[in-house]
Ligand binder design. Structure first.
Ligand SMILES: [Cu+2]
Length: 141
């Protein structure tokens, strides 16, 4: 009896530890991309909430474009510029928004048309967390 009680307590403890682990992964919402024609460019935007340890987005992979890069849009003397980023920092307990005029996943040289209403997958690779595949919704900004 005592042994089974111990087993039960250990089981509950492990379950709680596992569920805490699962609930602490990223939540990524509002994943969308601009429409674009084959051969042109587009961008993916999203909101990343990071409830656990400090991490960084290091790569996005997506087969709708020949080249996929992490970009930051900045204004320099009134001129809009985009700069490739090695990674995008995800501070602990922070929210990072990829949005028009700021950070984005750049889709260069689309392999097919992206029309409003289309969906396609993108895979995000992080420095620490496991990679994650999400559905991107194509819509007008
Ligand atoms: Cu860009």
């Amino acid at each position: 009896m005592k042994r089974s009680l111990t087993t039960l307590v250990v089981f509950i403890f492990v379950s709680l530890a596992l569920s805490a682990c699962v609930s602490k992964s990223f939540t990524v919402t509002n994943v969308w991309a601009r429409p674009g024609l084959s051969g042109s460019n587009s961008a993916i935007y999203m909101t990343i909430n990071n409830p656990s340890q400090a991490d960084a987005l290091v790569e996005a992979r997506c087969d709708v474009a020949a080249t996929v890069e992490l970009h930051m849009t900045t204004m320099e003397s009134g001129v809009m510029k985009m700069q490739a980023q090695d990674s995008i920092a995800l501070p602990v307990n922070g929210q990072v928004k990829l949005e028009p005029g700021g950070l984005h996943v750049m889709l260069i040289n689309l392999r097919r048309d992206l029309k409003a209403g289309d969906q396609f997958p993108v895979t995000l690779r992080f420095q620490h967390a496991q990679e994650m595949t999400l559905q991107v919704q194509v819509k007008e900004p």
